[in-house]
Design a protein around this ligand. Structure first.
Ligand code: COA
Ligand code: MG
Length: 291
């Protein structure tokens, strides 16, 4: 099994855990991650039913190679403690928690998961103004906790900031790049926020490409139609792989032994590019292994 930190996570589909039909459908969809939501997508009167349905779905399994996370309600809500207890007793791959704002918050969730299986990961949303001002401290807590992945929550961020979530996402760009840098600095995986325009796949693809450009590992999704274009954007392309192969072969040439910088296809290519090339090949192999 691929280590939790470096498995492909091109596409992470949310669905309300209260929707049995959507859960059944998710087992057939080509997303890398399924997120059974108990929070924003579930109405207050359905919270208990959604919790039970999520835990039952994980127990039933049949999600294949997909990683399965349950997004809980926050510990400051009336449902949070029960959600955490139920997920901790389940076999979900990860618990995704909303609205964390500080390293202290991570500690509270770490404690709430004390009895959970050792392999259960802690994932968090980055979706409060306070969180984007505390990115480094939150990410640093990964060293001593289960924290392994962030998902940008751009809808909640827009609400808190009173900013407009336009297609170019201008108000959020500083946070998106800083969050990627903080995640990388501390070895976390990081997924981009959702695109609400689920009927406009051109707009979706443009936003997914923007996320790829920023360095995200993948994107969170709200509708099955977004999966195929998302997987395509976040998979190394034929051109990427041809470049990677050319770089690897060039550094293997006898005349290039011991050199740190060489010319490949008319461009300066350094050992750091060789590392990037090897990473692309490794990602493509892991994607192929998902089947
Ligand atoms: N996961 C799995 N299946 C989904 C799905 C999802 N996120 N969204 C829609 N589907 C299914 C529908 O059940 C339907 O199945 P059917 O053909 O077997 O009946 C099919 O895909 C087509 O759905 P469609 O009619 O296009 O969408 P809708 O109008 O029924 O629902 C949403 C639109 C946005 C309400 C729905 O996609 C949704 O609930 N998305 C997730 C919302 C969420 O989890 N938000 C929290 C995180 S931001
Ligand atoms: Mg939210």
């Amino acid at each position: 099994m691929t280590a939790a930190s470096d498995r492909p996570r091109r596409s992470a589909l949310y669905l309300p855990a209260s929707n049995a039909k959507a859960i059944a459908k998710a087992r057939t969809l080509p997303c890398d991650v399924v997120i059974l939501d108990l929070e924003d997508a579930v109405a207050p009167e359905m919270k208990a039913q959604a919790r039970a349905a999520a835990v039952a779905a994980v127990l039933e399994g049949d999600f294949g190679n997909r990683e399965v996370a349950i997004r809980v309600n926050g510990l400051d809500t009336e449902w949070g403690a029960d959600d955490l207890a139920a997920v901790a007793a389940s076999t979900a791959d990860a618990v995704l928690v909303p609205k964390v704002s500080s390293a202290r918050d991570i500690g509270r969730y770490q404690d709430a998961l004390a009895q959970a299986p050792a392999a259960m990961q802690l994932w968090t949303m980055i979706e409060t103004c306070e969180a984007v001002l505390n990115l480094d401290a939150i990410a640093a807590s990964a060293a001593s906790t289960r924290l392994s992945l962030w998902i940008m929550g751009t809808n909640d961020l827009a609400k808190e900031m009173r900013a407009q979530l336009t297609p170019c996402r201008t108000p959020f760009l500083p946070f998106l790049s800083t969050a990627v840098a903080a995640a990388r600095a501390h070895g976390l995986a990081i997924l981009d926020g959702v695109c609400n325009e689920f009927r406009d796949l051109d707009a979706f693809e443009a936003e997914a490409r923007q996320g790829l450009m920023f360095g995200f590992d993948g994107k969170s999704l709200i509708h099955p139609a977004q999966i195929a274009p998302c997987n395509a954007v976040f998979s190394p392309s034929e051109a990427d792989l041809a470049w990677a192969q050319a770089v690897i072969e060039a550094f293997e040439q006898p005349e290039n032994q011991g050199k740190g910088a060489i010319r490949v296809d008319g461009k300066m290519t350094e050992l750091l590019h060789l590392e990037q090339a090897k990473r692309l090949i490794a990602i493509a192999e892991k994607i192929a292994a998902l089947g």
